[in-house]
Design a protein around this ligand. Structure first.
Ligand SMILES: *Cc1c(COP(=O)(O)O)cnc(C)c1O
Length: 405
């Protein structure tokens, strides 16, 4: 008899766009950092659903809050031409946890849509079309976001994209400053490049960018869609340098699993907005906003950012141990909090390890070909995390792997 797994895979592969290179995992249910497939096999999820399930899968408080809101109102009558309690609370709370200069928010349905909004805002505020972004960066899949994404494979097939975009080396303030011209409206960077392979810029970079943006009277946009809402052990990635952008972009962790993103801006940027400039049928939807409130309150109430730092240390330390015993396989270990990259010596090795991890019940992510990205829920159970890391250690240390690759 054909297994349930095969049927689901076949249905998906026959009908869904053929854009993903999926692994043969058919999810049945998930709880915390555990996931079960349709055959009942258990896995440890070290990816938090791609940096999304902030509090783990099926977090009871989140489920309760969302369920209550579902029963109250899923979509406001006349949409954003009325007010809702969740939108008011989410807006206030997000401004409260953001640096004091950031005073206004707009909620989106995803990260890319936050990036799109930022492009419009910056063009409107500065009345100029140009952006400076970084090579190897990632800002999303929509056309505007692809236009400022500094990786050929996301851009080339879809040219022509938005004009006026320049790409410079990540981590160099001098390169950014040299690229500024009279058409430049804004600089956009990730505080840590996520999809680019978990690249941490040199200390002082974000601060340097802040000064450059002020000096040239252009906007500084931080794409914290991956680094924001506690992922790096602080509420925002730029908090490690105490730097405040003019426009802060959020997504992924913000909804704890519910699709939502946000744009948070200064009063100066807000002053340039005119009624009708932007909108969205689902923007600030009550379900999404209820999730945002719940995620942020839980993070604060249970000191989850501290836990995240501690868990991050466990991951880094165990990767270092693996590196000692398998010196040539691990080229670099980097990251902050629970956004950790482990660069391997080859793409083949990375995919072999990730396949074996899956077989042995641990879900990891490979980004940029050969970087294993470990980014579990911020409240990950430490003994589960250690168990997962032990499995990775065993696989990387196994003679089988060294013979094969
Ligand atoms: C994931 C990501 C995006 C895109 O977000 P989507 O929700 O997938 O549209 C943009 N920027 C960064 C830094 C991201 O990590």
């Amino acid at each position: 008899m054909e297994s349930h797994t095969d049927t689901i895979i076949e249905k998906t592969e026959s009908h869904f766009f053929p854009v993903f290179n999926r692994s043969p995992l058919v999810v049945d249910k998930a709880s915390g950092c555990l996931v079960w497939d349709v055959d009942g096999k258990e896995y440890i999820d070290l990816t938090s659903g791609w940096g999304v399930t902030t509090l783990g899968h099926s977090y009871p408080v989140l489920i309760q809050v969302i369920s209550e809101q579902l029963g109250l109102c899923m979509q406001a009558p006349n949409c954003n031409l009325s007010y809702t309690i969740p939108q008011a609370e989410a807006s206030e709370l997000l401004c409260e946890i953001s640096p004091p200069e950031l005073t206004r928010v707009f909620f989106t349905n995803c990260g890319s849509e936050a990036v799109e909004g930022a492009i419009k805002l910056a063009r409107r505020a500065k009345n100029k079309p140009g952006f400076i972004a970084c090579r190897n960066g990632f800002h999303g899949r929509t056309l505007g976001a692809a236009s400022i994404t500094g990786q050929e494979r996301y851009r080339a097939p879809f040219e022509p994209l938005l004009p006026g975009m320049k790409f410079v080396e990540f981590g160099s303030c001098a390169a950014i400053e040299a690229a500024i011209d009279e058409e430049t409206a804004a600089i956009i960077v990730e505080p840590i490049q996520g999809e680019g392979g978990v690249i941490v810029p040199p200390a002082g970079y974000l601060n340097g960018l802040r000064k450059i943006a002020h000096r040239h009277d252009i906007l500084l946009i931080f794409d914290e869609i991956q680094t924001g809402i506690g992922r790096t052990g602080k509420m925002f990635g730029a908090n490690h340098e105490g730097v405040t952008p003019d426009i802060l972009l959020l997504g992924k962790c913000l909804g704890g699993g519910i699709p939502v993103g946000a744009i948070v801006i200064t009063e100066d940027v807000a002053a340039t907005i005119e009624k009708g400039d932007h909108g969205g049928t689902f923007a600030g939807n009550p379900i999404a906003c209820a999730a945002v409130v719940s995620v942020i309150r839980e993070l604060l109430a249970h000191r989850i950012l501290e836990h995240c730092q501690k868990a991050g240390d466990i991951v880094i330390n165990s990767l270092r141990e693996i590196q000692h015993s398998t010196a040539e396989k691990i080229v670099d270990i980097r990251g902050r909090g629970l956004l950790i990259g482990c660069e391997l010596s080859s793409d083949e090795l990375a995919s072999a390890i990730s396949n074996q991890c899956l077989e042995q019940g641990v879900i990891i992510n490979v980004v940029h070909g050969k970087v294993i990205r470990i980014f579990p829920a911020l409240n990950v159970d430490l003994s589960l995390l250690e168990k997962g890391m032990q499995t990775i250690a065993n696989i990387m240390g196994s003679s089988l792997l060294s013979e094969d690759t």
